[in-house]
Design a protein around this ligand. Structure first.
Ligand code: PLP
Length: 291
């Protein structure tokens, strides 16, 4: 079965899907995107993702080419046509194709909409979570509006590659004051020694993760104390647990940061902690209820 993508009103073979070389996202990374988890064929936290897409569009003064009902239809069509049970839908809207000028194209230039769906192996995700992953820290060199989900991801790409070359899965980005903002493609969390969850406050220096919001809700419902206050790398080394969150990683335990085990005394045993794994299980329970 060949994969099917959506490009500006048409369903096309993924391998043949394309946009103009004049597209503003290609020339200026002038576009926004969303990634939505598919769990048992259902779109998880669709409302939150569509609201964030609308917010990103507003911040960039972009008008999506389709209304929300049509977007929802396209995403379901992609899930069905690609027979995705577990995976994600990717949606991108750009300022369209126009003669290369930094200023916006003439009024009426249609915006570009591209979407595709991809399957994941859910067992591989679970196996990874049982072992946990490593992270490294790097300076946060991004622009001052990472709260807008734009396709302008070069610092994230470079950080993620550096992490990979260091044998790590994620890079935690550290601001000029020494606080961890978030991961290159995830939000960052610790569980402190008192058992409280800590994550960066929802301000303009992080992406307002939809999974982050869901975890906060789950934790509060379970009576886990939650503190939305930034933490340092040193505090992470002191923490009982650390993890990342995102629509594709869900809750993924971090077992080593910069090579040092989290929450363990012996460097031989770096293992995910109970709070991280418990929250991951709760997230799955939430997803099952959404199906
Ligand atoms: N932070 C960054 C930089 C991301 O790229 C992502 C996800 O792609 C997240 C956080 C997590 O956001 P969400 O939970 O909405 O997937």
């Amino acid at each position: 079965m060949s994969r099917v993508a959506y490009v500006n009103g048409r369903y096309v073979r993924h391998a043949e899907a394309g946009v103009s070389i004049d597209d503003r996202a290609f020339l200026f990374s002038d576009g926004i995107y969303e990634v939505i988890e598919i769990y048992q064929g259902a779109l998880i936290d669709e409302r939150g993702h569509l609201d964030r897409l609308a917010r990103s569009a507003g911040e960039l003064r972009l008008t999506p080419p389709l209304g929300e009902a049509a977007l929802r239809f396209v995403m379901r069509e992609l899930v069905a046509r690609n027979r995705v049970q577990f995976g994600h839908v990717y949606l991108q809207i750009t300022r369209g194709a126009a003669r290369r000028e930094h200023t916006f194209p003439p009024a009426g230039t249609p915006t570009t909409l591209v979407a595709f769906a991809r399957s994941h192996d859910p067992d591989a995700g679970e196996a990874k979570a049982r072992k946990g992953v490593n992270a490294i820290t790097l300076p946060d060199i991004r622009w001052k509006r990472p709260d807008i989900k734009t396709v302008s991801l070069l610092p994230n790409v470079l950080a993620k590659q550096q992490a990979k070359e260091a044998g790590a899965y994620e890079a935690w980005l550290v601001d000029a004051d020494g606080f961890v903002t978030e991961g290159a493609s995830s939000n960052a969390w610790i569980v402190d020694k008192t058992g409280a969850l800590r994550t960066h406050p929802a301000d303009s220096s992080i992406l307002l993760g939809i999974t982050r919001a869901r975890i906060l809700e789950i934790a509060r419902a379970k009576g886990i104390p939650v503190i939305e206050r930034a933490f340092t790398v040193a505090e992470t080394h002191e923490a009982a647990e650390a993890f990342i969150s995102g629509a594709t990683t869900l809750v993924m335990p971090i077992v080593r940061l910069d090579g040092r085990p989290i929450g363990q005394t012996s460097s031989d045993c770096a293992a995910p902690g109970p709070v991280s794994l418990g929250l991951r299980a709760c997230f799955h329970e939430f997803a099952v209820k959404s199906v």
